[in-house]
Design a protein around this ligand. Structure first.
Ligand SMILES: NC(=O)c1ccc[n+]([C@@H]2O[C@H](COP(=O)([O-])OP(=O)(O)OC[C@H]3O[C@@H](n4cnc5c(N)ncnc54)[C@H](O)[C@@H]3O)[C@@H](O)[C@H]2O)c1
Length: 266
């Protein structure tokens, strides 16, 4: 992906909007933050690792975009509350949010072998983190008449292709359902409309996938073989639909789950 914002690649899809991306220090979140900036948004880059978050911030600034960084751990209510407050204090409003921060299941195991500590850690980030994000983002968006949220789930929240991913599958399935709940809660309120949609990535080449591959080396070949396009997706292939769903071009779409997966779930 070219990292220079030029007239050619800038369509102004989200011109002037304020967008917050969680887990924007790497992978899908970084690509999405860059795409928001490329399309004219002011971006709040949030991430648990400060170093990675600042790298994304610098990539946006070097490309001529407008952005700020705030460190947060998505599983902590005070952190997400502070990040949303930062958006309002800095830019006066919040229009778009992509709740992307997530953790893979560090160890594959059937449910009876998953410890309470492993379960709580994963659910705390991948499910509670999305709930906390939606909670504070919606409050802020309603203060300025509405907005649009995209939650990042996974196709393994839709169907379970491999054994041993119980906590991760459960969290992602719940994110899909929470998206639908939020879409209905905020479809029409007396303060405005917030559209809430979900993207379910298939197999995407990021550090997360690399860590899963390190745990189960044969998995990458298996994933390619079971993907109709026979290839692994790139983060930018998620960034485009995320930004488009947040834009006014998607104005009548809410509560939907779009699988970006090379045809795997067809
Ligand atoms: N890569 C894939 O194949 C794939 C497939 C399906 C779903 N997903 C989902 O896409 C999202 C992004 O995944 P990725 O592959 O880009 O991962 P990644 O590991 O490359 O990047 C995740 C980013 O989130 C940050 N992060 C992790 N925990 C955090 C926390 N508690 N608070 C704040 N930031 C935190 C990390 O520091 C990192 O910058 C995740 O929700 C993941 O579950 C990825």
């Amino acid at each position: 992906m070219s990292n220079m914002i030029t007239e050619k690649n800038h369509t102004g899809l989200v011109e002037g909007k304020v967008a917050l991306v969680t887990g924007a220090g790497a992978g899908i979140g970084r690509a999405t933050a860059l795409k928001f900036a490329e399309e004219g948004a002011k971006v709040i880059v949030t991430n648990r690792s400060e170093q990675n978050g600042l790298e994304t911030l610098n990539l946006i600034k070097d490309a001529g975009g407008e952005a700020s960084f705030i460190k947060l751990d998505i599983s902590k209510e005070e952190d997400i509350k502070a990040a949303v407050k930062f958006a309002i204090d800095t830019y006066g409003r919040l229009d778009c949010a992509v709740n992307n921060a997530g953790l893979e299941q560090e160890r594959t195991a059937p449910l009876d072998q998953i410890t309470e500590e492993e379960w709580d850690k994963l659910i705390g980030i991948d499910l509670k983190g999305v709930f906390l994000s939606v909670k504070y983002e919606t409050r802020a968006m309603l203060e300025n008449g509405g907005g649009s949220i995209v939650n990042i789930a996974s196709i393994i929240g839709i169907r379970v292709p491999n054994p041993g991913f119980g906590a991760y599958c459960t969290a992602k399935a719940a994110v899909i359902h929470m998206t639908k709940v939020a879409a209905i809660d905020y479809a029409k309120t007396d303060k405005g409309t917030i559209r809430v949609n979900c993207i379910a990535p298939g197999t995407i080449m990021t550090r997360m996938l690399q860590r899963v591959a390190d745990e189960s080396p044969a998995l990458i070949d298996q994933l390619k073989a079971t993907t109709p396009m026979r290839r692994i997706g790139e983060p930018v292939e998620l960034a485009d639909p995320c930004v488009w769903l947040c834009s006014d071009r998607a104005s009548y779409i809410t509560g939907q789950v779009i699988a970006v997966d090379g045809g795997t779930t067809v």
